[in-house]
Structure formats: structure tokens, C-alpha cells
Design a binder for this molecule. Structure first.
Ligand code: SAH
Ligand code: F3S
Length: 441
């Protein structure tokens, strides 16, 4: 029997990108991936609900699917990920042409769930399982393109009390994956040609099993050409982790450590568990040990009760910390989160927009100045493929996660990313933008 086609649209964070690969793996004995939604037998949306806007996008994508479902009544339409977990049965009620709603712990059950849906059972199944349910993903999946850089999930869920965040609700309690399984997956990915492994977790530094702490896990992955991890809650970045950054050669000089706000009043209401001063001390310590490290962050503007003074403190924190990249978001009240229950969303939309723009302006100016220090320098780049904006150029990243677009003047014809040796090149930077470096190999 020829395989059927599955179309998966992914929204949201790296964890969702990884979960899509899990879905493909889970379905691989009966389904192949298609990029053409019209040719699909199964359409799955892997969703994000961290902000309201993300949720709206999914509802409109589901709406657009109505004519296709009418034309192909046998089409199975499913919603997975965070919107699914949060809304479960409500989604089935709201969207009549939806067949299936599944949570992050049901991905391995997808073949059965789809089979049931085909037999007319419209169902939502989103409960959390006790055990970490993943198994080796990427390299075993024939129809997932082999990647230069691959994700490996090591911990699911988050137990931090951040009042604005829906992740603890949608991804549940922390479950770390077995040490042996992580090593095995990393080995098979490196064996299949991956030059970089990115360890994933909502708060990846909270990883802990009977066999290993996060620090021990990182130390045991010394065979990976380039190793990264994302995302770190500042309180869980230990002194030992900072020393590993200094001493372990394959661990890249980059750490994503969301500060969220610069005012202690706001940080307290967010229940981030650190003060501005403690955060700044931490980055000072990191930079003392690893001077070339890039520190990137997330910022929320317009959190309930944020005054002009609070916001000015966020801007001054960005400048004080000299972040290498800032991801900024407008506060979005999420159902069931403590901040939505306790505080009113009292910063008007136009003020949130204005503050967001000011964060972008301050950050861009800072990033441009930082990037200018690279002009004339040679940087080691892991080549990821052709540049999205200009197919005549190649694109890749430095160890400290700067995006580099470059012309391959000296590249052999038909340059292909085949093995480690060929995937790393030394690029000379000749000009820069706030978000990337341009150069020549
Ligand atoms: N530790 C996680 C955080 C998940 S959410 C990770 O990065 O994987 C990512 C970012 O979205 C957060 O750091 C925060 O800046 C932002 N965010 C989360 N909830 C939000 C909300 N309710 N409104 C606006 N931004 C939010
Ligand atoms: Fe969310 Fe805070 Fe965890 S931002 S993912 S609850 S560390």
C-alpha cells in the first residue's frame, strides 16, 4: 500500500519544531510528509498559545481549511500543541470540521488517534503522562531532511511560577529525558551529518535525572562538533555551568537568558525570582569567565501596572546588559495564568506599541554598534545552506550565534554540506546590519 500524505504546519518555538519531527517519526510507517496541503490525507496544526496573536493565527488557518474538508470529506484535520492542550473539547465544539485534538504527550499515539478519527470518533486527548515519552527522532526519520543543526529535546514542561506564562499549563510538570537516550540520539544525529546539536527545554537548565544533572549531560556531549542549549532561567544558570562554558571547547559561546523586565517592581509581580541586580551580577560573572560570550534575552513590555518609570528601567537594563539580541513582546494576558487572574491588563495598546518600538530602537542601535566590531575580522561559520533573501549567498552562524550571510568566492562549484570539514568555513566580515554580518569566504 502506498503511503498517505500528511501536511503539518508548525507555529511557535523550537520545541514545537521538534515536536513536528516527533509527529513525522510517529507517523512514518504509514505517512509521508507533503508540503502541498491540497494533496494531504491528514492535516495537522502544531500550535502555540504563548500570546493571543499566535492563537488567532491558528483559528484563521483552521477556518481556511473548511473548503478543502468539504471537497475531501475523508481528510483528517487535527490540532496538537499548546492551543490543543489549553482548549481540548472546546476546540471540537467551536470548529465542526475538526476531527482530532491531541496534546504533547499523545504524539506517539497519533497513528491510533488518526485511525479512530477516520472511523468517526471525534475526540480530544490532551492529558499529561507520568513518564517522558519521547524516543529517538530525527535521524531515524527518512522523510525529514537531514539537518546541519538539529534539536534534541531533553526536558519537557516547566515548574517556574512566572505569572504571565501559559507554558506550565500547556506543557505540564518537568520531565527529563533519560541521559542514555539523549546521548544515543545525539550520536545518531552526528553520525548522520549534524554538526550542531541544540539541547531544548522550556527551562533546559532544570534538566535532572538519576544519572545526570544538566551540567553532567552537557559534559558528556563532548563528541558533538558544536553544542548549544536553549532556554535558561537565570536562576538555574549555575557557577558550574559557567565554568563548563569556559572549559568545554565544543560548547558555543551563547546563552539565551530572558530578563523580561528591568524594574524590580515588575520582576516581583512577574514572580521571576531574581532582582535586576542579581541578574546583572550573573551576566557579569558569565562575561568574566567567557569574554566572547553572546547573551540574548526576552523582554515583555506593558505588563500590568508597568509605569513609565518601570519601562525606563527596562530600557536602561537593556543598555546596561549590552545584550547581543533582544526578543521583545507586548504583554498578552493568557487564560488561567496568575497575572490574568490577579491584575488588569491596564497598559493601553497604543502605549504597549510605543514601548515595544522603543525597545526595538534601543536594541537595534546597540546591536549595530556591537556588530560593527566584527568588520574586518575572520569568523568561523557553520554553513546552514543558501540565504533566504539571496539564493546566490550562503548563510550560517558563528559560535556565538550571529547570523552570517556570505558569498562563497572560494567555494568549489556545487559546494554541498556533506561533512563536518566542509560545513565550517572562515568568513571575513565586510559589512553588518543590526541583525546580521555580511562577508566573503
Ligand atoms: N522558557 C521559555 C519561555 C517560553 S515563552 C522558552 O523560551 O522556551 C518565550 C517568551 O515569550 C518568554 O520568555 C516571554 O518573554 C514571552 N512571553 C511568555 N508569555 C507571554 C505573555 N503572556 N505575553 C507576552 N509575552 C510572553
Ligand atoms: Fe514560562 Fe517562566 Fe517557565 S517564562 S516557560 S514559566 S521559566
Amino acid at each position: 500500500m502506498s503511503p498517505k500524505n500528511v501536511f503539518i504546519k508548525t507555529y511557535g518555538c523550537q520545541m514545537n519544531v521538534y515536536d513536528t519531527q516527533r509527529m513525522l517519526k510517529s507517523l512514518s510507517s504509514h505517512y509521508q510528509m507533503t508540503e502541498d496541503i491540497e494533496a494531504a490525507d491528514v492535516v495537522l496544526f502544531n500550535t502555540c498559545s504563548v500570546r493571543e496573536k499566535a492563537e488567532h493565527k491558528i483559528m484563521s488557518a483552521l477556518g481556511e481549511l473548511k473548503p478543502l474538508k468539504k471537497k475531501k470529506p475523508y481528510l483528517v484535520v487535527g490540532v496538537g500543541g499548546c492551543v490543543a492542550t489549553q482548549n481540548a473539547d472546546k476546540l471540537l465544539k467551536k470548529v465542526p470540521h475538526l476531527d482530532l485534538v491531541f496534546g504533547v504527550d499523545q504524539i506517539e499515539d497519533l497513528p491510533q488517534l488518526i485511525h479512530n478519527a477516520k472511523n468517526g470518533q471525534r475526540k480530544s486527548e490532551t492529558s499529561f503522562k507520568q513518564e517522558y515519552s519521547f524516543y529517538a527522532v530525527n535521524s531515524l526519520v527518512e522523510n525529514v531532511p537531514k539537518l546541519v543543526s538539529s534539536f534534541v529535546s531533553v526536558i519537557q514542561g516547566c515548574e517556574k511560577p512566572c505569572t504571565f506564562c501559559i507554558v506550565p499549563t500547556t506543557r505540564g510538570f518537568e520531565k527529563s529525558r533519560s541521559h542514555q537516550e539523549v546521548i544515543q540520539e545525539a550520536r545518531s544525529l552526528v553520525g548522520a551529518g549534524s554538526c550542531e546539536i541544540v539541547l531544548l527545554g522550556q527551562n533546559v537548565n532544570a534538566y535532572r535525572t538519576k544519572e545526570a544533572t544538566f551540567e553532567e549531560l552537557v559534559a558528556s556531549l563532548d563528541f558533538v562538533p558544536r553544542l548549544r542549549y536553549i532556554t535558561s532561567h537565570p536562576n538555574d544558570v549555575s557557577d558550574e555551568m559557567i565554568r563548563i562554558h569556559r572549559d568545554q571547547k565544543n560548547l558555543c559561546e551563547h546563552i539565551h537568558m530572558p530578563i523580561q523586565a528591568g524594574s524590580n517592581r515588575t520582576l516581583k509581580r512577574m514572580v521571576r525570582l531574581y532582582s535586576r541586580e542579581e541578574y546583572m551580577d550573573k551576566i557579569k560573572k558569565i562575561r568574566e569567565e567567557v569574554s566572547t560570550i553572546a547573551i540574548t534575552t526576552d523582554i515583555i513590555v506593558g505588563f500590568p501596572g508597568e509605569t513609565d518609570q518601570d519601562f525606563e528601567e527596562t530600557l536602561s537594563a537593556i543598555e546596561e546588559a549590552q545584550f547581543d539580541h533582544v526578543f521583545a513582546f507586548k504583554y498578552s494576558p493568557r487564560p488561567g495564568t496568575p497575572s490574568k487572574e490577579k491584575f488588569s491588563d491596564d497598559v493601553p495598546e497604543n502605549l504597549k506599541n510605543e514601548r515595544l518600538q522603543r525597545v526595538f530602537d534601543v536594541s537595534e542601535k546597540m546591536h549595530l554598534a556591537q556588530n560593527q566590531s566584527y568588520v574586518g575580522k575572520k569568523v568561523e561559520v557553520l554553513v546552514e545552506g543558501p540565504s533566504k533573501n539571496n539564493p546566490k549567498k550562503l548563510t550560517g552562524r558563528t559560535r556565538n550565534n550571529k547570523i552570517v550571510n556570505f558569498i562563497g568566492k572560494n567555494l568549489p562549484d556545487g559546494f554541498k554540506i556533506k561533512n563536518n570539514a566542509k560545513s565550517f568555513v572562515n568568513v571575513v566580515i565586510h559589512d553588518v546590519t543590526p541583525h546580521s554580518l555580511n562577508g566573503c569566504y
